[in-house]
Design a protein around this ligand. Structure first.
Ligand code: SF4
Length: 259
């Protein structure tokens, strides 16, 4: 039976890259970047995803950045074809659903991900701001791993603590592997970091947490305030009193000059 869905997706791009963040750092992933985000984080390096572009861009050759453009929205069937086209044997370790906020597309994903599973045995990884537990519950059965942010109020301007807590509990109760990422800059308040660590520990102190200092390697990001080594050392020590695994990794894909 052919794989088919009638739903459409609003995409930014599909491309093959080395994951630069979190638990999967250094692995090769096929990224499906969805449009739209409902947060406005002050460190956002993907502001171009906040709306829906009239066209999305699709890499023709994995890793070559030889993009072709197609009008939005795109059909789920077309998206399956593009994934099949890019998915060269042995190249990718997993598929990454990213954004923007991919969970804003939960109804599409519920229909699309089972078809994706039939198409490829690659694990499916969700990269999310971690503030939409209802939508997570819809797609969780189709995921293998989740990398969720804990957005500090000083970063997003919103108090998403309760939503993060529900989100993390859902992940922890399921069979998916989950890790947490917290972005920090020179002005980060250690009290907020302690609260974030407590939030994770209340679900499980064994969940890995990644501190990600802002990484201003692009012209447009020169205003970002990189924390000092002393600050990062102190924050890691603070959080390690509460959690078993606290690692510090900047955005390594930017260091490599990758997308
Ligand atoms: S959740 Fe992600 S995409 Fe949305 S504003 Fe924050 S950093 Fe940007």
């Amino acid at each position: 039976m052919p794989l088919e869905t009638k739903l459409t997706a609003r995409l930014v791009e599909i491309f093959s890259a080395i994951q630069g963040e979190g638990l999967n750092v250094g692995t090769r992933q096929l990224f499906i970047r969805f449009a739209l985000c409902d947060l406005r984080c002050k460190f956002c390096d993907s502001a171009h995803t906040w709306g829906v572009p009239s066209e999305c861009r699709i890499e023709r050759t994995p890793g070559q950045r030889d993009f072709e453009t197609h009008p939005n929205p795109v059909s789920g069937n077309q998206l399956l074809e593009w994934v099949e086209w890019q998915n060269q044997p042995g190249l990718h370790d997993s598929l990454a659903l990213t954004g923007g906020e991919p969970l804003l597309h939960a109804p599409f994903l519920v229909e699309f991900l089972p078809l994706l599973r039939q198409l490829t045995e690659l694990p499916i990884y969700l990269e999310t701001a971690g503030h939409r537990p209802e939508q997570l519950a819809m797609v969780l059965p189709f995921l293998d791993s989740v990398g969720m942010d804990i957005k500090l109020k000083s970063v997003s301007g919103e108090d998403t603590g309760q939503a993060h807590s529900e989100f993390l509990q859902l992940c922890h109760k399921s069979s998916v592997a989950v890790f947490v990422k917290v972005i920090v800059d020179r002005n980060t308040d250690p009290i907020e970091l302690e609260q974030a660590a407590q939030l994770v520990a209340q679900v499980s102190p064994e969940i890995p947490l990644f501190l990600q200092p802002v990484t201003p390697l692009e012209e447009s990001n020169q205003h970002l305030l990189v924390p000092s080594p002393e600050q990062v050392l102190a924050w890691q020590a603070l959080m390690k009193r509460i959690l078993a695994s606290v690692r510090v990794i900047p955005q390594t894909h930017k260091m490599m000059g990758q997308l």
